[in-house]
Ligand binder design. Structure first.
Ligand SMILES: [Zn+2]
Ligand SMILES: [Zn+2]
Ligand SMILES: [Zn+2]
Ligand SMILES: [Zn+2]
Length: 518
């Protein structure tokens, strides 16, 4: 990783003379100010271009900077935070502790309103909101309509209410016995008597000599005292067990409930600056970089304690920044040919540069194209293309990733000089070329696998299988062991073919591309 990839220091150290610039920018409000630029800046851009070109067929020393006109652009911008209050209410059984407890519902409303106004007029709270923003990776810079959670502004209020459902008793009459504590005997259905269990109501039973005589259990009555309720016709209520009441479900028997209001104040952030005061191409890069803008500019939060940050009565907080962006127009020469570029930001982004890499890598690109069509020695042509660093990247990406991801990986590693369309085509060609290199050996591997498998099957089905004892026990689930063995053999055959196929593909890549295939 080179120096340019380091994230900028936060807060950025102001360059000398910055305070004057700040005063000026502040006085000018929405306009921009143009300051001198460090001459080393253009040199950084040149090194960047040399780095891109190195390894792509041209001596980096033949890349030169012919002309540079640059400046440090300074302007004020701000992130506006709109505070959104979300109140949700719920009731919980019992006296819940944790939330701030107030005396009544009305007092709870008051407390919420007080909390909101306290937040809006408290410099400390505004500083904490600011800290949350500045601790984000993007420092809240260049965000659009983004929700920013402010957990320290989440608060719960509550008041206790006597339970309505049980009239604050904690218990309600039992629904089964209606508060009587007893219910009808289920055996005799409240009759007190049951059919005699000895004679089944026949009043007599057959004796040992087959002679009927009166039932001794019911004394010939056919019915007897209920064995469950002993003629009381009732039993203890099975729900309340005779207690006549059951715990109130609403308050869980606590007689009180807690009415909780959850107040969540969060912010929605909007970044803004005066677009009209900036060049159109600068605005375009700012929009494209989005939340990554912070990595490319010096942005110093402007301390505006007290007035100005919180609008009166409005639920908004403003966090202004003073932004410095070095930028300029460079004219490079590559082997004498002029290459213009717009240089932007701390990492000297090369913007709007002609596709210079496509030009200097042309022989390699042609070779890759040829390998993709499958004419001639595909492996040789790919090796030829891989002499170029950027094409090597394309081939490696195509080997490991699906086309879309491979294109993105290539573009990520090639900041300029290669158009998106060309990157896509290079990855496409590389994938086809690789397929051409590997398809024959891969087919060979597959064929070999199939042959070996066939031999193996013949051996198994004609010879080995007959030797399996025919009385193999069935496996759990009733699957015959012999069937299991057959399936196992078939699966092994399939796997063997796949392994051979991939083995031959790897070998072909290794033979064609050498170290690169690793
Ligand atoms: Zn209750
Ligand atoms: Zn009951
Ligand atoms: Zn009886
Ligand atoms: Zn009974």
């Amino acid at each position: 990783m080179d120096e340019q990839d380091q994230p900028p220091e936060w807060p950025p150290q102001p360059p000398p003379g910055e305070d004057e610039a700040f005063t000026l920018a502040q006085e000018q409000g929405g306009s921009s100010y143009h300051a001198e630029i460090d001459p080393a800046y253009a040199q950084g851009a040149l090194e960047k271009l040399r780095g891109l070109i190195r390894g792509n067929g041209i001596d980096p020393d033949k890349v030169e900077l012919k002309d540079f006109k640059g400046e440090t652009l300074e302007f004020l911008c701000a992130t506006k935070l709109e505070l959104k209050t979300k109140i949700s209410e719920k009731r919980q059984a019992g006296k819940v502790t944790g939330p701030q407890i107030v005396g009544s519902d009305a007092m709870m409303r008051e407390a919420i309103a007080r909390e909101k106004s306290k937040i809006m007029h408290n410099a400390d709270v505004i500083n904490r909101i600011r800290d949350v923003l500045l601790h984000r990776k993007d420092k809240g810079f260049n965000i659009h309509n983004e929700l920013i959670k402010l957990p320290f502004l989440h608060k719960q209020f509550a008041h206790y209410e006597a339970c309505n459902a049980c009239k604050a008793k904690g218990a309600v009459p039992c629904v089964r016995c209606h508060g009587h504590g007893q219910e009808m005997c289920p055996r005799c259905h409240g009759n007190g008597f049951e059919t005699c269990p000895q004679c089944n109501g026949n009043r007599q039973i057959t004796g040992s000599q087959g002679k009927p005589h009166p039932c001794t259990y019911c004394h010939g009555q056919g019915k007897a005292q209920c064995r469950t309720c002993h003629q009381t016709r009732k039993i203890q209520c099975t729900v309340c067990r005779g207690r006549r009441t059951i715990p109130c479900k609403t308050c869980n028997g606590h007689a009180w409930n807690t009415h909780i209001a959850i107040v969540e104040i969060d912010a929605v952030g909007f970044f803004d600056y005066n677009r009209d005061a900036l060049e159109e191409r600068v605005v375009s890069v700012i929009e494209q970089l989005g939340p990554h803008l912070i990595d490319h500019v010096n942005a110093r939060p402007v301390d505006m304690t007290g007035e100005g940050q919180a609008g009166k009565g409005q639920e908004e907080v403003y966090l202004p920044y003073l932004v410095h962006i070095p930028n300029g127009d460079a004219l490079f020469t590559v082997e004498g040919e002029e290459v213009p570029a717009f240089i932007f930001g701390l990492q000297t982004l090369l913007i709007d540069m002609p596709p210079i890499l496509e030009q200097i890598m042309e022989p390699g690109i042609k070779a890759l194209e040829k390998a993709a069509t499958g004419q001639g020695d595909a492996a040789g042509a790919v090796r030829q293309a891989c002499a170029y660093k950027t094409l090597r990247l394309a081939v490696k990406a195509a080997m490991k990733l699906p086309p879309k991801k491979a294109t993105l990986a290539l573009l990520k590693n090639t900041e300029a000089g290669l158009s998106d369309e060309s990157a896509e085509k290079l990855v496409h060609d590389a994938a086809l070329a690789l397929k051409n290199i590997t398809s024959t050996p891969q087919r060979f591997g597959t064929a070999l696998g199939v042959l070996l498998t066939a031999g193996f099957f013949i051996l198994y089905f004609l010879v080995l299988r007959a030797q399996l004892p025919s009385t193999l026990p069935a496996l759990p689930g009733g699957v015959p062991a012999r069937l299991m063995a057959d399936l196992l053999i078939l699966a092994t055959g399939g796997a063997m073919t796949l392994v051979l196929r991939s083995l031959f593909r790897k070998k072909a890549l290794k033979r064609a591309l050498g170290r690169l295939a690793g």
